[in-house]
Design a protein around this ligand. Structure first.
Ligand SMILES: *Cc1c(COP(=O)(O)O)cnc(C)c1O
Length: 389
């Protein structure tokens, strides 16, 4: 379909030059577009003539970003949104109605869990959360009203890997749409559409921008689904700012190089952590000790850039490791060139009950490191200080 390789598409797809023949993609900061005549305005509004009308619907910079991301995911179509959460909300609003049922994996991003578990349930959309890696649990959760399967792989923070092709088969046998949140791997490491997913959603805020500058999101995949999402977006308005789309468009150009470098450093760090004093367990799909290592190596190009590990001594010891860092950023954000460290039990997962946390495997000694582009030696030294204390 597309004549170019991934690396070429990352820098070339979606490029459309204006009359000035600029080499780098232009940023169009305009909320509306003018027409040559009343007849043209009417044709644009009715959709009879393709073209831009108003930036809630489309904008050339946003279109360029959508086309580039679609090319990288191997998607028929893509629509960008204001944030990752608005991408997931828009997908749900476009594809579900009251009475419908969703099957979702546990270990979803916290806000996604809230969206399905509390917000959508107010509108009569029920969600069953199933153990991420148990295929029988997905099958058992299906009801005659099931319309959507939603998973995130690898999961956060325990990096559980879900068999995308196997879940796709279960979802399609149930007549449901299958969506994968591809935020953690990005199309540089994992292409869910090739494995049978109907759509992918993204928090472009993370690796697609990659430098922690802007919020953004996207839904990419089958055109019939993306068109419905676009209809919702045009009306309800969680559209992306052209500026943010431009930042993400340029971020995509270095996506594969960043993901590979951050992934390589992560594997190195994970292997080192396995031999550090006080480290009980390391969670990283690239390690042979990971329960779904073989699946991860089949489904992903590499392990990704999230490494979690459990220290003996619970919260006190975990906080010591965090507080002993001098360079790594103490923040829950991820997908940045700067490495971050977080204690999930007291931050991202702090609002759920201790029992629910324990059931999800998120202990008081668990730490999550989102690995950036710094040197491995400096990262080890920054963590060794707290681990050796
Ligand atoms: C951050 C994140 C989201 C939400 O994205 P925002 O851009 O913050 O709205 C969704 N899914 C995953 C996996 C994330 O990490």
């Amino acid at each position: 379909m597309n004549p170019y390789e991934f690396d070429t598409l990352a820098v070339r797809a979606g490029t459309a030059r204006s009359q000035f023949n600029e080499h780098s993609e232009a940023l169009y900061l305009t909320s509306s577009f003018v027409f040559g005549s009343a007849a043209q305005a009417a044709a644009r509004f009715s959709g009879e003539e393709p073209g831009n009308v108003y930036a809630r619907f489309s904008n050339p910079t946003v279109t360029a970003m959508q086309e580039r991301l679609a090319a990288l995911e191997g998607a028929e179509a893509c629509v960008a949104t204001a944030s990752g959460m608005s991408a997931i909300l828009s997908l749900a609003m476009a594809t579900l109605k009251a009475g419908d049922h969703v099957v979702a994996s546990t270990g979803l991003f916290g806000a996604t869990q809230q969206l399905f578990g509390t917000i959508l349930s107010k509108f009569g959309i029920e969600t069953s959360f199933v153990a991420a890696t148990e295929l029988d649990a997905y099958r058992a959760a299906v009801t005659p009203r099931t319309r959507l399967f939603f998973v995130e792989t690898p999961s956060n923070p325990l990096t559980e890997v879900i068999d995308i092709a196997a879940v796709a088969e279960i979802a399609h046998a149930a007549g449901a749409l299958f969506a994968v949140d591809n935020c953690f791997c990005t199309p540089a490491l994992q292409r869910p559409l090739e494995l049978g997913a109907d759509v992918v959603v993204h928090s472009a805020t993370k690796y697609l921008d990659g430098q922690g500058r802007v919020l953004g999101g996207a839904v990419a995949g089958a055109k019939v689904v993306v068109d419905e999402v676009l209809k919702f977006l045009r009306t309800a308005g969680p559209s992306i700012s052209p500026f943010n789309a431009w930042v993400i468009l340029k971020g995509l150009e270095t996506l594969r190089i960043r993901m590979e470098a951050q992934s390589a450093t992560s594997l190195n760090l994970a292997r080192w952590l396995e031999h550090q004093p006080g480290v009980v367990r390391v969670f990283y799909p690239g390690l042979a000790s990971h329960p779904q290592h073989a699946l991860a190596m089949r489904q992903q190009k590499s392990g990704g850039a999230i490494v979690s590990f459990e220290v003996a001594g619970g919260r006190e010891r975990a906080w010591q490791v965090v507080d002993a860092t001098q360079m790594i950023s103490i923040t829950a954000n991820l997908g940045d060139t700067k490495t971050t460290i977080t204690h999930p039990a007291s931050t991202t997962h702090g609002r759920i009950s201790a029992e629910a946390r324990a059931a999800a495997g998120i202990g008081e000694g668990l730490l999550r490191v989102a690995v950036g582009l710094e040197s491995i030696e400096d990262l080890r030294a920054d963590l060794a200080r707290g681990l050796g204390a």
